[in-house]
Design a protein around this ligand. Structure first.
Ligand SMILES: Cc1cc2nc3c(=O)[nH]c(=O)nc-3n(C[C@H](O)[C@H](O)[C@H](O)COP(=O)(O)OP(=O)(O)OC[C@H]3O[C@@H](n4cnc5c(N)ncnc54)[C@H](O)[C@@H]3O)c2cc1C
Length: 478
Protein backbone atom coordinates (compact mmCIF):
# COMPACT_ATOMS: atom_id res chain seq x y z
CA UNK A 1 0.00 0.00 0.00
CA UNK A 2 1.39 3.45 -0.85
CA UNK A 3 2.21 5.79 2.03
CA UNK A 4 0.05 8.93 2.30
CA UNK A 5 1.76 12.25 3.07
CA UNK A 6 0.46 15.41 4.69
CA UNK A 7 1.85 18.28 6.75
CA UNK A 8 -0.19 17.67 9.89
CA UNK A 9 -2.20 14.62 10.89
CA UNK A 10 -5.09 15.63 13.16
CA UNK A 11 -6.63 12.75 15.14
CA UNK A 12 -10.16 13.59 16.30
CA UNK A 13 -12.78 15.85 14.66
CA UNK A 14 -14.00 17.40 17.92
CA UNK A 15 -13.62 21.05 18.92
CA UNK A 16 -9.86 20.80 19.45
CA UNK A 17 -9.24 18.83 16.26
CA UNK A 18 -11.37 21.10 14.08
CA UNK A 19 -9.62 24.20 15.45
CA UNK A 20 -6.21 22.60 14.91
CA UNK A 21 -7.10 21.71 11.34
CA UNK A 22 -8.35 25.22 10.60
CA UNK A 23 -5.16 26.81 11.95
CA UNK A 24 -3.04 24.54 9.75
CA UNK A 25 -5.11 25.36 6.67
CA UNK A 26 -5.17 29.10 7.38
CA UNK A 27 -1.41 29.12 7.84
CA UNK A 28 -1.04 27.56 4.40
CA UNK A 29 -0.40 23.93 5.36
CA UNK A 30 -2.22 20.68 4.62
CA UNK A 31 -4.00 18.71 7.29
CA UNK A 32 -5.57 15.26 7.27
CA UNK A 33 -8.44 14.95 9.75
CA UNK A 34 -9.17 11.47 11.14
CA UNK A 35 -12.37 10.66 13.06
CA UNK A 36 -13.38 7.29 14.45
CA UNK A 37 -16.87 8.22 15.67
CA UNK A 38 -19.64 10.63 14.73
CA UNK A 39 -19.00 14.11 13.43
CA UNK A 40 -20.56 16.91 15.47
CA UNK A 41 -18.26 17.20 18.56
CA UNK A 42 -18.84 16.10 22.13
CA UNK A 43 -19.88 19.64 23.09
CA UNK A 44 -22.77 19.83 20.64
CA UNK A 45 -23.81 16.16 20.57
CA UNK A 46 -23.56 14.89 24.14
CA UNK A 47 -21.94 17.63 26.24
CA UNK A 48 -22.42 21.35 26.84
CA UNK A 49 -25.44 21.92 24.61
CA UNK A 50 -27.82 19.01 25.37
CA UNK A 51 -27.01 19.28 29.09
CA UNK A 52 -27.91 22.98 29.09
CA UNK A 53 -31.08 22.24 27.12
CA UNK A 54 -32.13 19.76 29.79
CA UNK A 55 -31.26 22.29 32.52
CA UNK A 56 -33.31 24.97 30.72
CA UNK A 57 -36.41 22.73 30.86
CA UNK A 58 -35.71 21.96 34.53
CA UNK A 59 -35.46 25.69 35.34
CA UNK A 60 -38.89 26.31 33.82
CA UNK A 61 -40.37 23.47 35.90
CA UNK A 62 -38.69 24.86 39.00
CA UNK A 63 -39.99 28.39 38.45
CA UNK A 64 -43.54 27.03 38.11
CA UNK A 65 -43.17 24.82 41.17
CA UNK A 66 -41.83 27.81 43.14
CA UNK A 67 -44.39 30.35 41.89
CA UNK A 68 -46.70 30.32 44.90
CA UNK A 69 -44.23 32.00 47.22
CA UNK A 70 -44.39 35.04 44.93
CA UNK A 71 -48.18 35.00 45.21
CA UNK A 72 -48.64 33.43 41.79
CA UNK A 73 -51.24 30.67 41.67
CA UNK A 74 -50.34 28.11 39.02
CA UNK A 75 -52.85 25.63 37.70
CA UNK A 76 -52.72 22.71 40.10
CA UNK A 77 -52.60 20.14 37.30
CA UNK A 78 -49.42 21.33 35.57
CA UNK A 79 -47.06 18.51 34.76
CA UNK A 80 -43.80 17.68 33.03
CA UNK A 81 -44.19 15.77 29.76
CA UNK A 82 -40.96 13.81 29.80
CA UNK A 83 -41.27 12.70 26.19
CA UNK A 84 -41.76 16.29 25.00
CA UNK A 85 -38.89 17.54 27.16
CA UNK A 86 -36.53 14.97 25.67
CA UNK A 87 -37.80 15.65 22.15
CA UNK A 88 -36.98 19.35 22.50
CA UNK A 89 -33.56 18.54 23.94
CA UNK A 90 -32.80 16.33 20.92
CA UNK A 91 -34.38 18.67 18.36
CA UNK A 92 -32.37 21.70 19.51
CA UNK A 93 -29.28 19.53 20.06
CA UNK A 94 -29.56 18.19 16.50
CA UNK A 95 -29.79 21.74 15.20
CA UNK A 96 -26.53 22.71 16.92
CA UNK A 97 -24.87 19.45 15.88
CA UNK A 98 -26.12 19.85 12.32
CA UNK A 99 -24.10 23.05 11.83
CA UNK A 100 -20.90 21.35 12.97
CA UNK A 101 -21.52 18.20 10.91
CA UNK A 102 -22.19 20.34 7.82
CA UNK A 103 -19.01 22.37 8.34
CA UNK A 104 -16.98 19.19 8.85
CA UNK A 105 -18.42 17.52 5.75
CA UNK A 106 -17.55 20.61 3.73
CA UNK A 107 -13.87 19.84 4.30
CA UNK A 108 -12.68 18.27 1.03
CA UNK A 109 -12.96 14.47 1.19
CA UNK A 110 -9.29 14.03 0.40
CA UNK A 111 -8.52 15.81 3.67
CA UNK A 112 -10.72 13.55 5.82
CA UNK A 113 -10.52 9.92 6.87
CA UNK A 114 -12.99 7.84 8.91
CA UNK A 115 -11.61 5.21 11.28
CA UNK A 116 -9.50 4.68 14.40
CA UNK A 117 -5.98 6.09 14.23
CA UNK A 118 -2.97 4.43 15.86
CA UNK A 119 0.64 5.56 15.92
CA UNK A 120 3.25 3.62 13.96
CA UNK A 121 5.99 6.10 14.91
CA UNK A 122 6.33 9.68 16.20
CA UNK A 123 4.92 11.22 13.03
CA UNK A 124 3.19 8.33 11.32
CA UNK A 125 -0.19 6.73 11.94
CA UNK A 126 -2.40 4.04 10.48
CA UNK A 127 -6.19 4.06 10.32
CA UNK A 128 -7.94 0.70 10.75
CA UNK A 129 -5.16 -1.27 9.05
CA UNK A 130 -5.11 1.12 6.06
CA UNK A 131 -2.03 2.69 4.47
CA UNK A 132 0.75 4.32 6.46
CA UNK A 133 0.19 8.07 6.83
CA UNK A 134 3.25 10.24 7.30
CA UNK A 135 3.03 13.81 8.56
CA UNK A 136 5.54 16.39 9.67
CA UNK A 137 3.66 16.41 12.97
CA UNK A 138 0.58 14.90 14.62
CA UNK A 139 -2.14 16.62 16.67
CA UNK A 140 -3.84 14.24 19.10
CA UNK A 141 -7.31 15.66 19.85
CA UNK A 142 -9.12 12.47 20.79
CA UNK A 143 -11.24 13.88 23.63
CA UNK A 144 -12.26 11.98 26.75
CA UNK A 145 -14.71 9.25 27.75
CA UNK A 146 -16.85 8.75 30.86
CA UNK A 147 -15.24 6.56 33.49
CA UNK A 148 -17.60 3.94 34.92
CA UNK A 149 -16.55 2.94 38.45
CA UNK A 150 -16.81 -0.71 39.47
CA UNK A 151 -19.05 -2.51 40.28
CA UNK A 152 -21.17 -0.63 37.71
CA UNK A 153 -21.10 -1.65 34.06
CA UNK A 154 -22.63 0.75 31.55
CA UNK A 155 -25.08 -1.02 29.26
CA UNK A 156 -26.81 2.00 27.70
CA UNK A 157 -30.12 0.77 29.13
CA UNK A 158 -30.13 0.65 32.94
CA UNK A 159 -26.63 1.90 33.68
CA UNK A 160 -26.07 4.97 31.56
CA UNK A 161 -23.28 7.45 30.98
CA UNK A 162 -24.03 11.06 30.04
CA UNK A 163 -23.64 10.19 26.32
CA UNK A 164 -26.68 7.85 26.64
CA UNK A 165 -28.89 10.16 28.65
CA UNK A 166 -29.97 12.47 25.83
CA UNK A 167 -31.18 9.52 23.76
CA UNK A 168 -33.82 8.56 26.35
CA UNK A 169 -37.32 8.74 24.87
CA UNK A 170 -38.90 9.29 28.28
CA UNK A 171 -37.66 10.52 31.64
CA UNK A 172 -37.00 7.60 34.00
CA UNK A 173 -39.01 7.37 37.22
CA UNK A 174 -35.90 7.20 39.36
CA UNK A 175 -32.15 7.44 38.97
CA UNK A 176 -29.06 6.87 41.08
CA UNK A 177 -26.35 9.35 40.09
CA UNK A 178 -22.89 7.99 40.80
CA UNK A 179 -20.64 11.00 41.34
CA UNK A 180 -21.15 14.56 42.54
CA UNK A 181 -18.81 16.21 40.06
CA UNK A 182 -19.90 18.78 37.50
CA UNK A 183 -21.74 16.41 35.15
CA UNK A 184 -23.45 14.42 37.92
CA UNK A 185 -24.69 17.51 39.76
CA UNK A 186 -25.87 19.38 36.66
CA UNK A 187 -27.76 16.46 35.13
CA UNK A 188 -28.96 14.99 38.43
CA UNK A 189 -30.44 18.26 39.68
CA UNK A 190 -32.09 18.92 36.31
CA UNK A 191 -33.69 15.47 36.27
CA UNK A 192 -34.87 15.92 39.83
CA UNK A 193 -36.54 19.24 38.95
CA UNK A 194 -38.25 17.44 36.09
CA UNK A 195 -39.82 15.00 38.53
CA UNK A 196 -37.31 12.12 38.53
CA UNK A 197 -36.55 10.66 42.00
CA UNK A 198 -32.77 11.11 42.15
CA UNK A 199 -30.16 10.05 44.75
CA UNK A 200 -26.48 10.96 44.51
CA UNK A 201 -23.67 8.67 45.67
CA UNK A 202 -20.03 9.59 46.16
CA UNK A 203 -17.42 7.79 48.30
CA UNK A 204 -15.69 11.15 48.92
CA UNK A 205 -16.93 14.60 49.92
CA UNK A 206 -16.31 16.11 46.46
CA UNK A 207 -18.76 18.71 45.21
CA UNK A 208 -18.21 19.90 41.65
CA UNK A 209 -14.90 21.72 41.23
CA UNK A 210 -15.03 23.41 44.66
CA UNK A 211 -11.95 23.15 46.89
CA UNK A 212 -12.65 25.98 49.37
CA UNK A 213 -13.99 24.28 52.53
CA UNK A 214 -16.17 27.27 53.49
CA UNK A 215 -17.81 27.50 50.06
CA UNK A 216 -18.17 23.74 49.93
CA UNK A 217 -19.85 23.68 53.34
CA UNK A 218 -22.48 26.23 52.27
CA UNK A 219 -22.97 24.47 48.93
CA UNK A 220 -23.52 21.14 50.65
CA UNK A 221 -25.97 22.66 53.15
CA UNK A 222 -27.99 24.41 50.45
CA UNK A 223 -27.99 21.60 47.89
CA UNK A 224 -28.72 18.83 50.35
CA UNK A 225 -31.93 20.60 51.39
CA UNK A 226 -33.30 19.40 48.01
CA UNK A 227 -30.92 16.76 46.72
CA UNK A 228 -30.30 13.48 48.55
CA UNK A 229 -26.47 13.63 48.58
CA UNK A 230 -24.94 10.43 49.94
CA UNK A 231 -21.39 11.61 50.51
CA UNK A 232 -18.99 9.07 52.00
CA UNK A 233 -21.18 6.24 50.66
CA UNK A 234 -19.47 2.95 49.78
CA UNK A 235 -21.44 1.03 47.16
CA UNK A 236 -21.37 -2.60 48.30
CA UNK A 237 -23.32 -4.27 45.54
CA UNK A 238 -25.29 -3.67 42.38
CA UNK A 239 -27.85 -6.02 40.88
CA UNK A 240 -29.52 -5.34 37.58
CA UNK A 241 -32.93 -6.96 37.25
CA UNK A 242 -36.05 -6.49 35.10
CA UNK A 243 -37.55 -3.93 37.49
CA UNK A 244 -34.43 -1.81 37.83
CA UNK A 245 -31.08 -1.65 39.55
CA UNK A 246 -30.74 -2.60 43.21
CA UNK A 247 -27.95 -0.69 44.97
CA UNK A 248 -26.62 -1.65 48.38
CA UNK A 249 -24.41 0.91 50.12
CA UNK A 250 -22.82 1.67 53.45
CA UNK A 251 -23.09 5.23 54.75
CA UNK A 252 -20.49 7.18 56.74
CA UNK A 253 -21.76 5.78 60.04
CA UNK A 254 -21.38 2.18 58.83
CA UNK A 255 -25.12 1.55 58.37
CA UNK A 256 -26.06 -0.39 55.23
CA UNK A 257 -28.96 0.60 53.00
CA UNK A 258 -30.66 -0.74 49.90
CA UNK A 259 -32.72 1.02 47.27
CA UNK A 260 -33.97 0.30 43.79
CA UNK A 261 -33.68 2.73 40.87
CA UNK A 262 -35.05 2.50 37.35
CA UNK A 263 -31.69 3.69 36.02
CA UNK A 264 -28.19 4.61 37.12
CA UNK A 265 -26.15 7.49 35.70
CA UNK A 266 -22.43 6.82 36.07
CA UNK A 267 -20.96 10.34 36.31
CA UNK A 268 -17.72 9.63 38.13
CA UNK A 269 -15.46 11.63 35.85
CA UNK A 270 -13.95 11.36 32.40
CA UNK A 271 -10.62 10.01 31.18
CA UNK A 272 -8.53 11.24 28.24
CA UNK A 273 -8.84 8.94 25.20
CA UNK A 274 -5.17 7.97 24.98
CA UNK A 275 -5.33 4.19 25.41
CA UNK A 276 -5.32 2.37 22.10
CA UNK A 277 -3.40 5.10 20.27
CA UNK A 278 -0.15 3.11 20.54
CA UNK A 279 1.59 6.13 22.07
CA UNK A 280 4.27 3.69 23.28
CA UNK A 281 5.43 3.37 19.67
CA UNK A 282 6.27 7.06 19.45
CA UNK A 283 9.17 6.95 21.91
CA UNK A 284 7.28 9.06 24.47
CA UNK A 285 7.79 8.09 28.10
CA UNK A 286 4.30 7.67 29.55
CA UNK A 287 3.41 8.06 33.24
CA UNK A 288 1.50 5.48 35.29
CA UNK A 289 -1.79 6.73 33.76
CA UNK A 290 -0.49 6.41 30.22
CA UNK A 291 -0.05 10.19 29.83
CA UNK A 292 2.93 11.68 28.01
CA UNK A 293 4.94 14.71 29.19
CA UNK A 294 3.05 17.80 27.98
CA UNK A 295 3.56 21.57 27.98
CA UNK A 296 0.30 23.57 28.23
CA UNK A 297 1.93 26.62 26.61
CA UNK A 298 2.97 24.77 23.44
CA UNK A 299 0.74 21.64 23.73
CA UNK A 300 3.84 19.69 22.68
CA UNK A 301 4.63 16.24 24.12
CA UNK A 302 8.30 16.20 25.13
CA UNK A 303 10.34 17.33 22.14
CA UNK A 304 8.57 15.11 19.62
CA UNK A 305 6.34 16.31 16.74
CA UNK A 306 3.27 15.30 18.75
CA UNK A 307 0.81 17.90 20.07
CA UNK A 308 -1.98 17.08 22.50
CA UNK A 309 -5.11 19.27 22.61
CA UNK A 310 -8.51 19.43 24.30
CA UNK A 311 -9.84 16.86 26.76
CA UNK A 312 -7.16 14.41 25.57
CA UNK A 313 -4.58 16.56 27.37
CA UNK A 314 -6.43 16.16 30.68
CA UNK A 315 -5.46 19.79 31.46
CA UNK A 316 -8.76 21.68 31.68
CA UNK A 317 -11.55 19.61 30.11
CA UNK A 318 -13.66 22.58 28.98
CA UNK A 319 -14.89 23.77 25.64
CA UNK A 320 -13.02 27.08 25.42
CA UNK A 321 -9.81 25.38 26.51
CA UNK A 322 -10.25 22.71 23.81
CA UNK A 323 -10.59 25.50 21.20
CA UNK A 324 -7.46 27.27 22.49
CA UNK A 325 -5.39 24.12 22.71
CA UNK A 326 -6.53 23.06 19.25
CA UNK A 327 -5.38 26.37 17.77
CA UNK A 328 -2.05 26.30 19.60
CA UNK A 329 -1.49 22.66 18.60
CA UNK A 330 -2.34 23.28 14.94
CA UNK A 331 0.02 26.26 14.65
CA UNK A 332 2.88 24.57 16.47
CA UNK A 333 2.44 21.30 14.58
CA UNK A 334 2.86 23.19 11.32
CA UNK A 335 5.82 25.22 12.62
CA UNK A 336 7.56 22.23 14.20
CA UNK A 337 10.41 22.14 15.20
CA UNK A 338 10.02 25.94 15.74
CA UNK A 339 7.31 25.78 18.39
CA UNK A 340 5.94 28.88 20.08
CA UNK A 341 4.88 29.16 23.76
CA UNK A 342 1.45 30.78 24.15
CA UNK A 343 0.10 32.59 27.19
CA UNK A 344 -2.94 30.70 28.45
CA UNK A 345 -6.12 32.39 29.64
CA UNK A 346 -6.99 32.68 33.32
CA UNK A 347 -8.74 29.51 34.42
CA UNK A 348 -12.57 29.66 34.62
CA UNK A 349 -14.98 26.84 35.44
CA UNK A 350 -18.74 27.24 35.83
CA UNK A 351 -21.24 24.65 37.01
CA UNK A 352 -24.83 25.18 35.87
CA UNK A 353 -26.51 23.94 39.00
CA UNK A 354 -28.94 26.21 40.86
CA UNK A 355 -27.36 27.95 42.72
CA UNK A 356 -24.39 27.88 40.37
CA UNK A 357 -20.77 27.14 41.25
CA UNK A 358 -17.67 28.75 39.78
CA UNK A 359 -13.93 28.59 40.25
CA UNK A 360 -11.87 31.48 38.90
CA UNK A 361 -8.08 31.82 38.60
CA UNK A 362 -6.12 30.20 41.41
CA UNK A 363 -8.37 27.85 43.34
CA UNK A 364 -8.31 27.69 47.12
CA UNK A 365 -6.42 24.35 47.12
CA UNK A 366 -3.48 25.95 45.29
CA UNK A 367 -3.15 29.09 47.46
CA UNK A 368 -0.16 29.78 49.67
CA UNK A 369 -1.87 30.75 52.96
CA UNK A 370 1.15 32.88 53.94
CA UNK A 371 0.75 35.16 50.97
CA UNK A 372 -3.00 35.42 50.58
CA UNK A 373 -5.91 37.28 52.12
CA UNK A 374 -9.54 36.18 51.62
CA UNK A 375 -12.67 38.33 51.45
CA UNK A 376 -16.16 36.92 51.34
CA UNK A 377 -19.83 37.64 50.91
CA UNK A 378 -22.79 35.53 51.89
CA UNK A 379 -25.72 35.54 49.49
CA UNK A 380 -28.11 34.47 52.27
CA UNK A 381 -29.22 38.10 52.68
CA UNK A 382 -27.92 39.84 49.57
CA UNK A 383 -30.46 42.39 48.34
CA UNK A 384 -31.14 41.32 44.75
CA UNK A 385 -30.84 37.64 45.66
CA UNK A 386 -33.53 38.15 48.32
CA UNK A 387 -35.75 39.98 45.80
CA UNK A 388 -35.49 37.06 43.39
CA UNK A 389 -36.03 34.43 46.11
CA UNK A 390 -32.57 33.05 45.38
CA UNK A 391 -30.80 34.17 48.52
CA UNK A 392 -28.30 31.40 49.21
CA UNK A 393 -24.60 30.98 48.71
CA UNK A 394 -21.10 32.15 49.56
CA UNK A 395 -18.44 33.81 47.41
CA UNK A 396 -14.81 33.96 48.56
CA UNK A 397 -12.22 36.04 46.72
CA UNK A 398 -8.46 35.62 47.07
CA UNK A 399 -5.82 38.36 46.72
CA UNK A 400 -2.08 38.61 47.23
CA UNK A 401 -1.11 40.45 50.41
CA UNK A 402 1.73 42.01 48.48
CA UNK A 403 0.41 44.53 45.92
CA UNK A 404 -3.20 43.47 46.68
CA UNK A 405 -3.73 41.92 43.23
CA UNK A 406 -6.62 39.54 42.69
CA UNK A 407 -5.70 35.87 42.45
CA UNK A 408 -8.95 33.97 42.13
CA UNK A 409 -12.24 32.99 43.73
CA UNK A 410 -14.57 30.13 44.50
CA UNK A 411 -18.26 30.82 44.27
CA UNK A 412 -21.60 29.24 45.03
CA UNK A 413 -24.58 31.49 44.51
CA UNK A 414 -27.29 32.84 42.20
CA UNK A 415 -26.12 33.23 38.58
CA UNK A 416 -22.46 33.41 39.60
CA UNK A 417 -21.62 32.66 35.94
CA UNK A 418 -21.66 36.46 35.48
CA UNK A 419 -19.61 37.33 38.59
CA UNK A 420 -17.13 34.64 37.60
CA UNK A 421 -16.58 36.24 34.19
CA UNK A 422 -16.08 39.70 35.68
CA UNK A 423 -13.60 38.38 38.18
CA UNK A 424 -11.74 36.19 35.67
CA UNK A 425 -11.26 39.25 33.46
CA UNK A 426 -10.08 41.28 36.46
CA UNK A 427 -7.62 38.57 37.54
CA UNK A 428 -6.27 38.20 34.02
CA UNK A 429 -5.82 41.98 33.77
CA UNK A 430 -3.84 41.88 37.02
CA UNK A 431 -6.26 44.28 38.73
CA UNK A 432 -5.81 45.03 42.41
CA UNK A 433 -8.63 44.96 44.95
CA UNK A 434 -8.70 48.76 44.93
CA UNK A 435 -8.85 49.01 41.14
CA UNK A 436 -11.72 46.51 41.09
CA UNK A 437 -13.60 48.54 43.68
CA UNK A 438 -13.27 51.64 41.55
CA UNK A 439 -15.39 50.02 38.84
CA UNK A 440 -19.10 50.92 38.66
CA UNK A 441 -21.62 48.69 40.45
CA UNK A 442 -25.31 49.16 39.64
CA UNK A 443 -28.09 48.77 42.21
CA UNK A 444 -29.74 46.37 42.93
CA UNK A 445 -27.78 43.55 41.25
CA UNK A 446 -26.06 40.31 42.22
CA UNK A 447 -22.74 42.03 41.44
CA UNK A 448 -23.13 44.20 44.53
CA UNK A 449 -22.28 41.04 46.44
CA UNK A 450 -18.96 41.00 44.63
CA UNK A 451 -18.35 44.54 45.88
CA UNK A 452 -19.11 43.47 49.44
CA UNK A 453 -16.55 40.65 49.15
CA UNK A 454 -13.99 43.04 47.65
CA UNK A 455 -14.56 45.53 50.48
CA UNK A 456 -14.10 42.75 53.00
CA UNK A 457 -10.88 41.81 51.24
CA UNK A 458 -9.79 45.43 51.20
CA UNK A 459 -10.34 45.77 54.97
CA UNK A 460 -8.37 42.62 55.64
CA UNK A 461 -5.54 43.72 53.38
CA UNK A 462 -5.29 47.03 55.23
CA UNK A 463 -4.71 45.15 58.46
CA UNK A 464 -1.90 43.06 57.07
CA UNK A 465 -0.29 45.27 54.46
CA UNK A 466 0.33 48.88 53.56
CA UNK A 467 -2.10 48.80 50.61
CA UNK A 468 -4.69 51.55 50.44
CA UNK A 469 -8.34 50.66 50.34
CA UNK A 470 -11.22 51.34 47.99
CA UNK A 471 -11.73 54.70 46.31
CA UNK A 472 -9.60 56.69 48.76
CA UNK A 473 -6.72 58.57 47.24
CA UNK A 474 -6.77 56.42 44.10
CA UNK A 475 -10.28 57.43 43.11
CA UNK A 476 -10.55 59.96 40.32
CA UNK A 477 -11.39 63.37 41.76
CA UNK A 478 -10.64 62.35 45.35
C1 LIG B 1 -22.36 16.28 29.85
C2 LIG B 1 -21.25 17.26 29.56
C3 LIG B 1 -21.47 18.61 29.75
C4 LIG B 1 -20.47 19.53 29.47
N1 LIG B 1 -20.73 20.85 29.68
C5 LIG B 1 -19.77 21.76 29.42
C6 LIG B 1 -20.02 23.15 29.60
O1 LIG B 1 -21.12 23.55 29.99
N2 LIG B 1 -19.01 24.02 29.32
C7 LIG B 1 -17.78 23.60 28.90
O2 LIG B 1 -16.90 24.44 28.69
N3 LIG B 1 -17.51 22.29 28.72
C8 LIG B 1 -18.47 21.36 28.97
N4 LIG B 1 -18.21 20.04 28.76
C9 LIG B 1 -16.87 19.65 28.30
C10 LIG B 1 -16.69 19.87 26.78
O3 LIG B 1 -17.77 19.28 26.10
C11 LIG B 1 -15.37 19.23 26.34
O4 LIG B 1 -14.32 19.81 27.09
C12 LIG B 1 -15.06 19.44 24.87
O5 LIG B 1 -16.17 19.09 24.08
C13 LIG B 1 -13.86 18.58 24.47
O6 LIG B 1 -13.56 18.75 23.11
P1 LIG B 1 -12.44 17.84 22.42
O7 LIG B 1 -12.22 18.38 21.06
O8 LIG B 1 -11.27 17.71 23.31
O9 LIG B 1 -13.07 16.38 22.34
P2 LIG B 1 -14.26 15.79 21.44
O10 LIG B 1 -15.21 16.81 20.99
O11 LIG B 1 -14.77 14.63 22.24
O12 LIG B 1 -13.52 15.22 20.15
C14 LIG B 1 -12.68 14.10 20.18
C15 LIG B 1 -12.95 13.28 18.94
O13 LIG B 1 -11.89 12.34 18.76
C16 LIG B 1 -12.43 11.14 18.22
N5 LIG B 1 -11.47 10.06 18.48
C17 LIG B 1 -11.13 9.51 19.67
N6 LIG B 1 -10.16 8.57 19.50
C18 LIG B 1 -9.89 8.54 18.18
C19 LIG B 1 -8.98 7.78 17.37
N7 LIG B 1 -8.13 6.90 17.90
N8 LIG B 1 -8.97 7.98 16.03
C20 LIG B 1 -9.80 8.89 15.46
N9 LIG B 1 -10.67 9.64 16.17
C21 LIG B 1 -10.71 9.48 17.51
C22 LIG B 1 -13.74 11.02 18.97
O14 LIG B 1 -14.64 10.17 18.29
C23 LIG B 1 -14.23 12.46 19.03
O15 LIG B 1 -15.07 12.79 17.95
C24 LIG B 1 -19.21 19.10 28.99
C25 LIG B 1 -18.98 17.73 28.79
C26 LIG B 1 -19.99 16.82 29.06
C27 LIG B 1 -19.73 15.35 28.82
Amino acid sequence: MPTLHTDVIVIGAGTAGLNARREVEEAGGNALLIESGHYGTTCARVGCMPSKLLIAAAEVAHVIADAERFGIQTASNWSVHGKAVMERVRRERDRFTGFVVKATEEIPEAQRLRGRARFLGPSSVQVDGGPRIEGRAVVVATGSSPWVPPPFKADGRQVLVSDDLFELEELPQSMAVIGTGVVGLELGQALMRLGVRVSFFNPSQGLGPLTDPAVKRVAREVLSADLPLHHGAQVLGVEQGPAGVDIRWRDRTGTTHKDQFATVLAAAGRQPNLAGLNLERTGLVLDANGRPPWDPRTTQCGDLPIFLAGDASGHRPLLHEASDEGRIAGLNALRYPEVCAHVRRESLTIVFTEPQMAVVGTRYADLDPNEVEIGEVSYADQGRARVMGRNAGLVRIYARRKRCTLLGAEMFGPRVEHLAHLLAWAVQQGLSVQQSLQMPFYHPVFEEGLRTALRDLSNRLLITSDCRAEDLADAPGA
